[in-house]
Design a protein around this ligand. Structure first.
Ligand SMILES: NC(=O)c1ccc[n+]([C@@H]2O[C@H](COP(=O)([O-])OP(=O)(O)OC[C@H]3O[C@@H](n4cnc5c(N)ncnc54)[C@H](OP(=O)(O)O)[C@@H]3O)[C@@H](O)[C@H]2O)c1
Length: 259
């Protein structure tokens, strides 16, 4: 029997690439995002191209209660989920005090609350059957504070920490959790988050979304706790372990400053 993957934020970017990879591996899909037109187009493309079934769910996961509503919709349709990919997320470049609070409320609800709630709901169900895999989109932002994107960096640190801790709790339950930590990647993220204005994107190699998605897919299938994309991106979290945190934040502020 074919397995089913639920991917949040599947309408574009890394989530869309992951949808193609699961389809190539003959998985049925539940795809969510706010853009219904993009999801409808993707459904047609994937069903025609790979002979799988795609069930699109249009919804905004930055709203309170959205994760539970999505879980209920999946359950009401009698669908079993084997793989959960918590990919939807966004950032916002700017000073903490100058950014309207509602942006942070949406970001925290999407990047943290909905992700954690979906994990919680599916893990409770999966514990009985002793199988299931989760891929959570963290970031290289998880490894240090990020002045100018302070809340976004903190949300990704949360995702990495939560994934590793809960993955450890579940190590005898047949359920694995993988945190995928990409550096800057060519998607709509740079534009949506306004991160393209920072020195960061000028000074690092921008990764290809397909390559990032492939790395995440493979790591998830192997049940790895965390995976960092790119050799330079791997070096940074390792080397900063030996520096005082104050210096790390200053270095990060330099990288994140406006071009
Ligand atoms: N690109 C990077 O440089 C980078 C680096 C590290 C980590 N990441 C992480 O990778 C993940 C995917 O980002 P991406 O780079 O692929 O960005 P993207 O191209 O902007 O795609 C984001 C996806 O999330 C969906 N989404 C955004 N807000 C949503 C909401 N409120 N409710 C439901 N869905 C929502 C979007 O669909 P709709 O707009 O249709 O809702 C879209 O499908 C994010 O968690 C991001 O933090 C990205």
């Amino acid at each position: 029997m074919r397995k089913t993957a639920l991917i949040t934020g599947a309408s574009k970017g890394i989530g869309k690439e992951l949808a193609f990879i699961f389809a190539e591996n003959q998985c049925d899909l539940i795809l969510t995002a706010r853009s219904g037109d993009r999801l409808a187009q993707l459904k047609e493309q994937l069903e025609d191209g790979y002979g799988i079934s795609v069930y699109p769910v249009v919804g905004d996961l930055s709203l309170p209660g959205a994760a539970e509503a999505l879980f209920r919709e999946v359950k009401d349709k009698g669908m079993e989920v084997d793989y959960l990919v918590n990919n939807a997320g966004f950032g916002d470049y700017g000073l903490f005090a100058d950014t309207p609070w509602h942006r942070y409320e949406e970001m925290i609800t999407l990047n943290i609350t909905s992700l954690s709630h979906l994990m919680h709901l599916f893990i409770q169900e999966w514990k009985g059957r002793k199988r299931g895999k989760i891929l959570n989109l963290s970031s290289t932002a998880a490894f240090q504070p990020g002045p100018m994107m302070a809340v976004y960096f903190a949300t990704k640190a949360f995702v990495l920490s939560l994934s590793e801790a809960v993955g450890n709790e579940l190590r005898k339950e047949g359920i694995t959790i993988t945190a995928l930590c990409p550096g800057p990647t060519s998607t709509y993220f740079g534009e949506v988050s306004k991160m393209n204005a920072s020195q960061l994107v000028k000074n690092v190699k921008i990764a290809d979304a397909r390559a990032v998605a492939e790395l995440g897919f493979k790591a998830m299938m192997k049940g790895k706790p965390a995976v960092i994309q790119g050799s330079m991106n791997k070096l940074a979290p390792f080397s900063i372990r030996f520096l005082p945190r104050k210096w790390v934040t200053r270095l990060s502020a330099k990288v994140m400053q406006h071009q």
